[in-house]
Design a binder for this molecule. Sequence first.
Ligand code: ATP
Ligand code: ZN
Length: 299
Amino acid sequence: MDKEQRLKVAVQKTGRLTDHSLDLLVRCGLKYSRGKDQLLCYGENMPLDVLLVRDDDIPDLVQEDVCDLGIVGRNVVEEKRLGFLARGHAPLFEEMQPLDFGRCRLAIAVPDDLPYRGPRDLNGRRIATTYPHILGRWLATQEIAAEVVVLSGAVEIAPRLGRADLICDLVSTGSTLQANHLREVETVLESQAMLIRTPVPLPPAKDEWLRRLLLRIDGVQQVKESKYIMLHAPRAALGEIRRLLPGSEYPTVIPLEGSADKVAVHAVCRENVFWETLEGLKAAGASAVLVLPVEKMLA
Ligand code: ATP
Ligand code: ZN
């Protein structure tokens, strides 16, 4: 297919989002081969190529229409967006869809020995961050006058180096903060990986592939938690069993050859099925319970 007709997706080259991003595209059906320079993955069975870059460059590549799509953390997208707005430009990328991985939060953390009762205690303090725009907006909404110290990395050691009193940085488990004797006190932004796109209209063939990709991403997200459950149950217990099956509207009920009062129940549960649910089903009279993963689903 003509090069112009291939969707180009920017993905982080090496980092926290890389494996999840590529895995998502593979689950959407993509088979790819990696180019010699290791920068481009060529889609062999779909007109879709992946450009591997630093995550911070992804919004710009989409903005400049070098790539049609990008997968990047909301933290990066939001910081770029506010940066553009601050310079009087409208950002030229659109947020399309949260992707349910890369979850983290931009949080304010203070040294263990610094007392903290609430946002007002931030007044007059120096806060180190690599996210000055997001932090600036949060401080403005809280009506706090603090000094934002912009760093390009190693934010967590800034208080110990005397460069700031406290920090505003990305946190997922909190172990990095703990190791640096910091404690989290405020959440400034909840983040996860996002799909972004160029606002430039795509030619019809590309647009059609984008539509298909979005549907497949939906499908991948739906099956993540979904399970297919099969069990045998006395007819009389059907009401109770339906009530116990998480997130399944209409189970299939099938008669069992040779048994007058027992039936087989099959259902797709759109939530995870936990041991507690299985125990509840058994207590309600279910037997021969099988829970299977769902590989693909098209609503
Ligand atoms: P690059 O070399 O591409 O610039 P990086 O060091 O900026 O890499 P990573 O540390 O790999 O980036 O993080 C990429 C993204 O992963 C972050 O922007 C954020 O959206 C997400 N993320 C999830 N959890 C965390 C975390 N605990 N710390 C930092 N980022 C996290
Ligand atoms: Zn980065």
